[in-house]
Design a protein around this ligand. Structure first.
Ligand code: FDA
Length: 398
């Protein structure tokens, strides 16, 4: 039977990074993955340029049943640490917007760096993990290559998003088999879908993109995102919708401000003198993309009216439709396209400093399998690096 000191299950962002931090320690490290290639999600991330971290990283940018759980690991390995690593490797990068750092070149550079960094550890691909148990003296991994023994095991098998790319629920099954609780999983960072009435409004606008603010919840619990929104044939997408999707639950409403920089009620009233003779749709084109302006005017029954024909009530109706469009999604595009999994292994059973199981010594959980989910913008990779580093440091401390 194969026997190693440390087995890392999953050769994604977290698993490869953890192996790199352990390589050179003199311990025998093996990384297992059922895929034919390592780091596939890194390769396709950020439109092929990998948004590898975010300068605004803080535990407040993550969803979790225990909102402060990620703070310790994130403090132990910061975005600056990762930037220093890629600077040493000579990988050029730039800040796109909102603290999001991307490679100038290809995301493959990050995969290559991680593979180079873990030199000395064994990478075993096309080796599926079916389960794990502890026989009293060591862990035994049930793999498609037969049983593999390990003194310590790091579970880095990711979440449920995009099964086509190799996602399985095996990390959750392993956690449960050792008595860990799960926080119910749901797709996150995913386009939302709508019932016929709203869909009929979205479809003809497919391809229209604009800056928008999405919001969810009320009062102190309200969450808002200002970023691009995209109308599609299936509903709404774009960063501001992906962000709010992680907070949305079936049955709830989301609100969309289609002109966040404009107080439409005041602007419409103020423009009556100047725009009185023009058609309503043309007037709205001052603040909205033309196709959207036409659509809003038609939807509210003002398509043939001139601006001067509208009452203050009509203006308020238009303003509400633009600044506070309320929508009730019927669902999301689901695991097929979700960038992340919200929920996962309950952090109550995991030590926040070491990522070690509180129920089974020697067992660690890192990356997306844990109930820690970042906003869009490089936060999820930063969590993968930081949680992996926390586990590696704890393993090396012994
Ligand atoms: P990850 O999913 O990377 O790795 C898990 C590994 O486990 C996989 O290689 C899988 O094959 C393997 N595995 C699963 N089950 C197994 C089994 N039974 N046996 C053996 N192996 C098994 N984040 C970000 O910060 N910036 C970005 O730009 C993007 N962009 C992006 C684009 C797209 C399209 C997606 C889908 C996701 C992103 N993300 C992102 C999210 C990011 O990719 C994600 O959060 C990390 O990859 C999570 O890293 P992990 O290592 O935890 O899981």
């Amino acid at each position: 039977m194969n026997s190693v000191n440390i087995a890392i299950l999953g050769a994604g962002a977290a698993g490869l990074f953890c192996a790199g931090s352990l390589a050179g320690s003199g311990k025998r490290v093996m990384v297992l993955d059922h895929a034919a290639k390592p780091g596939e999600k890194i390769r396709i991330s950020g439109g092929g340029r990998c948004n590898f971290t975010n300068l605004a990283t803080s535990y407040e940018r993550f969803l979790s049943a225990n909102p402060r759980f990620s703070a310790s690991a994130l403090a132990g390995y910061s975005p600056r640490d990762f930037v220093a690593l890629i600077d040493r490797a000579g990988i050029a990068w730039h800040e796109k917007t909102l603290g999001q750092l991307f490679c100038d070149g290809s995301a493959r550079q990050i995969v290559d760096l991680l593979l180079e960094r873990m030199r000395g550890a064994e990478l075993r691909l096309e080796c599926g993990v079916r389960g794990l148990h502890h026989d009293g003296s060591a862990f035994v991994i049930h793999s498609t290559d037969g049983p593999i023994r390990a003194d310590q095991v790091v579970v880095a098998t990711g979440g449920r998003s995009i099964p086509k790319m190799g996602a399985t629920g095996v990390g959750y099954e392993i956690a449960q088999s050792f008595g860990h609780a799960l926080i119910k999983t749901r797709p996150g960072l995913v386009p939302l879908t709508f019932a016929e009435q709203d869909l009929n409004l979205c479809k003809p606008l497919a391809g229209v993109a604009l800056p928008a603010q999405t919001s969810h919840g009320k009062g102190k619990a309200q969450t808002r995102f200002s970023d691009a929104l995209l109308f599609t044939h299936r509903g709404l997408s774009g960063p501001s919708i992906l962000q709010i999707s992680s907070f949305w639950r079936p049955g709830e409403e989301v609100s969309v401000d289609l002109a966040p920089e404009a107080d439409m009620a005041a602007l419409l009233r103020g423009a009556r003198g100047q725009l009185g003779r023009v058609q309503v749709a043309t007037a709205l084109g001052n603040w909205l993309p033309t196709r959207l302006a036409d659509s809003v005017a038609a939807e509210l029954g003002f398509a043939t009216k001139r601006f001067a024909d509208l009452s203050n009530r009509d203006f308020d109706q238009i303003a509400a439709r633009i600044n506070a469009w309320r929508l009730r999604p019927v669902g999301s595009e689901g695991w097929r396209t979700a960038e992340v999994t919200v929920g996962g292994v309950d952090t109550k059973g995991i030590d926040a400093r070491s990522m070690e199981s509180r129920l089974q010594p020697g067992l660690f959980f890192i990356g997306e399998v844990v109930d820690v989910t970042g906003w869009l913008g490089g936060y999820n990779f930063q969590w993968a690096w930081a949680s992996a580093e926390a586990a590696a440091k704890a393993i090396l401390r012994g």
